[in-house]
Design a binder for this molecule. Sequence first.
Ligand SMILES: Nc1nc2c(ncn2[C@@H]2O[C@H](COP(=O)(O)OP(=O)(O)O)[C@@H](OP(=O)(O)OP(=O)(O)O)[C@H]2O)c(=O)[nH]1
Length: 373
Amino acid sequence: MSPQAQSSSSSSNLHLDLPQPPKKIITTSPSPSSSGSNTLPSTNAHGHTNGKSLLFENTPYPTSNTSITLNSPSPSKLNIASTNGNGLTKTPSELDLSRTPPPRTFAPSPPPPISRCDSETDINMHINVAPHDNPLSTIGIGKVKGISKRYKDESELSRLMRTVDFAARKHSCQRRKDVDQTPYINHPIAVANYLSSTGITDVRVLQAAVLHDTVEDTHTTIEEIAQLFGTDVARIVDECTDDTSLSGLERKTAQLKSAPFKSREAQQVKLADKIHNLESIRRCPPVGWGIKRIQAYFIWAKQVTDVCAPAHPPLAEKLQELYETAYTRVDGVYHPCHPGVCGPLTEPEKDLVDSRLRELKKGDKVCPAPLFF
Ligand SMILES: Nc1nc2c(ncn2[C@@H]2O[C@H](COP(=O)(O)OP(=O)(O)O)[C@@H](OP(=O)(O)OP(=O)(O)O)[C@H]2O)c(=O)[nH]1
């Protein structure tokens, strides 16, 4: 384990509850309505005042009967703990969070829905072979010679745009888990944008950022990516792809264990992936997420990003700022998103946060720019 991982893990000993909603929301008709059974506020609450932010007011939990403990000092120790009907079993060393959610199951996750919009016809259109004749469909990345001749002479800009187009087709039926069901493609584009806006100019890294969820969450294969975009891009995407046969808990553990051994490029994508997920959570969390799940994600994400931090210090600094300043409010009670790093809000800061929240509740439909860029 790297020194960064050690130092970060030592700050958290939190008994947390991680439910498993569907991995991605898939809709056939994009209707970003917040009506129906959603329990989150009807407007996205998000704000940023004097370096402290509050984003939304959270809502009740569904139920289950298992919870997760992230133990220090080893970030790889994620223990399932039984709960009683009223919620989590607490120990004196655990945080006493004001609202105990009903118990729920953490693992295993249901397999993520796969986008059905990424028809093989679309993909093979790019490589000029019939779907069932694709010579790459059964071979590993090691045997793929590299990018198809057809794309050898294209400019970097053209290649990047082709990558965005490919990812958009692949994710076209997917939505984020937030109440507005944001188009999923916004996430990989934002990840690439975090990298390019903090100085990453290697187009292969930007391509990999755009493609980083295609293999995990759509029918895309690494071989396709190798042939369409080259083996370097395919390798980075492969490193950023979780094994979806594992449970949610196992995937989280695996990410922690593998993070120190990833290439620099893959670690850069990981940092950007996490910063966008964390920003999304604090601005408009996935439907059904409560404070414990938010905090569990922040704690786990910090352990991963602390390991990856040296790969891209500018993003690591932004992440640290995020961990130190992100707040949420549940039933009028303020909670730091990362309880081990974030200090309590002062009264004046609470007032600023509240006034920002009131402002947003008047009806802010415009997706704001990320807070740090
Ligand atoms: N914050 C946020 N995340 C959303 C949203 N919609 C989908 N996601 C995805 O959900 C995952 C985070 O939720 P978890 O519950 O921890 O992940 P899991 O479903 O894979 O167990 C991320 O997957 P991932 O990209 O594989 O990242 P990671 O879990 O490896 O960090 C993230 O991209 C959303 O609206 N907000």
